[in-house]
Write a protein that binds this ligand. Structure first.
Ligand code: ZN
Length: 180
């Protein structure tokens, strides 16, 4: 049997789907498993360290991530505890080519389901904690731009309105920095 894995185009800034709040997965059926496989392929191809379903136009509470230890998926994820502070140069596949130092909690506790429907709890710090917060934001319709301070935000809006990025430069830059 052949299994075909497809990649999705990634929705970018300005697409209204990125502003919508996703719904919990009710049944983990064949279509969800297929979607997760395709999201992992899309994330790896980008390349990125995380990808939320809304970034591929699907309004379901699903994200995938891979910070170098292999790909994982969390369904119906929510952050239930957070502490500390961590500043990280953060980027987003939906806002390609732009990065900002953003301060968020360092440690988080993520609760959700795995692909078999088992309840899971994962603690994340530093990059992993950041990826969890960034992807959960996506699932709540929030982009990293909303996490910027007022000066960064003003500059970001200016850049987003005026920039013309060379795709090769952008791709090279992506490889250097973690992004989701
Ligand atoms: Zn993102």
């Amino acid at each position: 049997m052949m299994i075909y894995v497809a990649t999705y185009p990634i929705r970018t800034y300005g697409d209204p789907v990125l502003r919508q709040v996703t719904s919990d997965v009710q049944n983990i059926d064949e279509s969800i498993i297929r979607l997760v496989e395709d999201m992992i392929e899309t994330m790896h191809e980008a390349p990125g360290v995380g990808l939320a379903a809304s970034q591929v136009g699907v309004q379901k509470r699903i994200f995938v991530y891979d910070i170098g230890d292999g790909a994982s998926v969390v369904l119906n994820g929510r952050i239930t505890e957070s502490s500390g502070e961590f500043t990280y140069e953060e980027g987003c596949l939906s806002v390609p080519g732009l990065y900002w130092p953003i301060t968020r909690p360092n440690h988080v506790l993520l609760e959700g389901l795995d692909l078999d429907g088992n309840e899971i709890q994962i603690e994340g710090s530093e990059l992993l904690g950041r990826v969890f917060q960034h992807e959960i934001d996506h699932l709540d319709g929030v982009l990293l731009i909303e996490r910027l301070d007022p000066d960064q935000y003003k500059q970001a809006m200016k850049t987003l309105r005026s920039r013309t990025l060379n795709p090769d430069q952008e791709r090279a830059q992506r490889k250097l920095l973690g992004r989701g």
